[in-house]
Design a protein around this ligand. Structure first.
Ligand code: ZN
Length: 493
């Protein structure tokens, strides 16, 4: 579980549970944290007043040089001055991924009087688009500084052990991915953190710079990595392989398992395996991140909700799918982000593509007043909207299936498949198949019965369970992450 590491006089650390009082002690014990006027601890009113101010200036920048929104404002009859505060955002239609993907250049600010800080610093790409073509997202030098402040505050919020040895386990992929680069930035901005890099990922034969999973495991073991960052299913597979090899991973304290949901059963499994390798009850955390925020919203403790680490950069809203109206706290809808202080790619009321819920209540664990995403399904925070599927005429949420299967004891890996009784006959009945790689020594008949019963209770559907070897579900040398949900049914019906 998560603890805070408060430096003691003798150079060691005192480990204390996450409470508002201990969070203050932790911050006060580290001068860089103590000196930071961190808005996440301001009152809700003060945070909102600051956001209104930032939004007003961002809108001036948009009127000065944003092709897409200037065109949209003209179409909608929105005039300069109509959008003054965060509450005026509701006058604005939502921006969808398809709008941004169609003309990414039109979302890049072109200021009339650029400075050095408006030069492009780097470009990252959003992946996972339906067309398969990555969309560029530009950061200026100004934006890069804002992102670095967010990373610093995210590390503080996530309660990373100070002066720790870390490892970046994100793949060095063909397309620059925020995970790899922001994990690299942690070495720069964490409190004296050293970050090693696994450099796994798809090889590029002309320049063979990529390395194996075994190399990453050697780094962790030989250099006693304490903090890890990477994609959840990749990290879990690495842990399983290391356990088979009898590695010493006793230094592991804090894992950021990102890029996909990491339900409770998966976290418990990873933690137990690490403890089998000598670790002392490590914290497995699942921050919620995406390219358009250039970072992630961390948890302060297990399942605390994912906090906005940068209320000065981003405003999050949950809106109604049909009307686009802002929904009250706790209600589930489309998650959107509005940029408040960006000079490169700028998005307003941008639909991230996930369903989730927010709360603005003070966090009972760390005492912060920023918004948090709250658990929406089972033990996960958000559901991909595109993943909602119609099975046997019923609209079901695969995240519920994932949560149920992942939290069944004895399931080592799994994959949920929507298929047809006869794939050659598009009109044959839909079928729900769950492929399970069982843990050694588990009674298969009992496991099958448990999965079937759980799914009948959860989605009122009888699943066919198939036992398969682990590699058939996810081979980390080939795929970036495990595909947990597959729809094999013919598309053109
Ligand atoms: Zn908190």
């Amino acid at each position: 579980m998560s603890v805070l590491y408060i430096p003691a006089e003798d150079g060691t650390y005192q480990k204390v549970p996450v409470t508002p009082e201990n969070t203050q002690r932790y911050i006060q014990s580290l001068p860089l944290y103590a000196e930071d006027d961190d808005p996440s601890f301001w009152s809700q009113d003060k945070i909102r007043a600051m956001q209104d101010e930032m939004f007003k200036r961002q809108m001036e920048w948009v009127w000065d040089g944003h092709d897409y929104y200037k065109r949209l404002f003209a179409e909608k009859g929105i005039e300069q001055g109509d959008l003054q505060t965060i509450d005026d955002l509701e006058k604005l239609p939502l921006t969808y991924k398809k709008d941004y993907m169609a003309e990414p250049e039109a979302f890049k600010l072109k200021p009339s009087e650029p400075t050095l800080y408006d030069w492009i610093f780097e470009v990252t790409y959003t992946t996972g688009s339906t067309t398969g073509v990555p969309t560029p997202f530009w950061n200026t030098i100004h934006d890069a500084h804002g992102i670095w402040q967010m990373i610093f505050r995210g590390i503080k919020l996530g309660g990373f052990p100070p002066y720790a040895r870390g490892i970046n386990l994100f793949p060095l992929g063909p397309v620059p991915h925020i995970g790899f680069f922001r994990a690299r930035d942690i070495g720069m901005l964490g409190l004296g953190n050293m970050v090693m890099t696994g450099c796994t990922g798809m090889t590029y034969p002309e320049f063979p710079v990529h390395r194996s999973m075994d190399y990453a495991m050697d780094l962790i073991e030989n250099n006693q990595a304490e903090v890890w960052l990477g994609i959840a299913s990749f990290i879990r597979r690495l842990i399983m392989k290391a356990e088979e090899q009898g590695r010493d991973f006793s230094a592991t304290k804090h894992i950021q398992a990102l890029g996909e949901a990491c339900p409770k059963g998966m976290r418990d499994d990873m933690r137990q395996r690490l403890m089998n390798m000598g670790a002392e009850d490590p914290f497995i955390s699942n921050s919620y991140g995406f390219t358009e925020m250039q970072g992630a919203m961390p948890e302060c403790t297990d399942f605390s909700g994912c906090h906005n680490p940068a209320p000065n950069l981003y405003f999050f809203e949950v809106v109604d799918e049909e009307t686009g109206k802002r929904l009250p706290d706790g209600e589930r809808g489309l998650l959107t982000i509005t940029h408040l202080n960006r000079r490169g790619t700028v998005l307003l009321r941008y639909v991230i593509g996930d369903l989730g819920a927010l709360t603005h209540e003070t966090c009972p664990y760390c005492g912060r007043n920023v918004e948090r995403s709250v658990i929406a399904v089972g033990s996960t925070y958000a559901t991909r909207t595109s993943e909602l599927v119609n099975l046997k005429g019923t609209l079901i949420n695969p995240e519920i299936l994932r949560d149920e299967v992942a939290n069944t004891p004895g399931v080592k890996e799994y994959q949920i498949i929507f298929t047809k009784k006869d794939l050659a006959d598009p009109y044959s009945a839909d079928e729900l198949v769950v492929k399970v790689a069982p843990m050694e020594g588990f009674d298969k008949a009992r496991l099958e019965n448990e999965v079937v019963t759980k799914l009948i209770t959860a989605v009122e559907m009888k699943a066919k369970v198939e036992f398969v070897p682990m590699e058939e579900i996810f081979d980390p040398t080939v795929a970036l992450k495990a595909y947990r949900v597959l729809d094999m049914r013919p598309k053109d019906l």
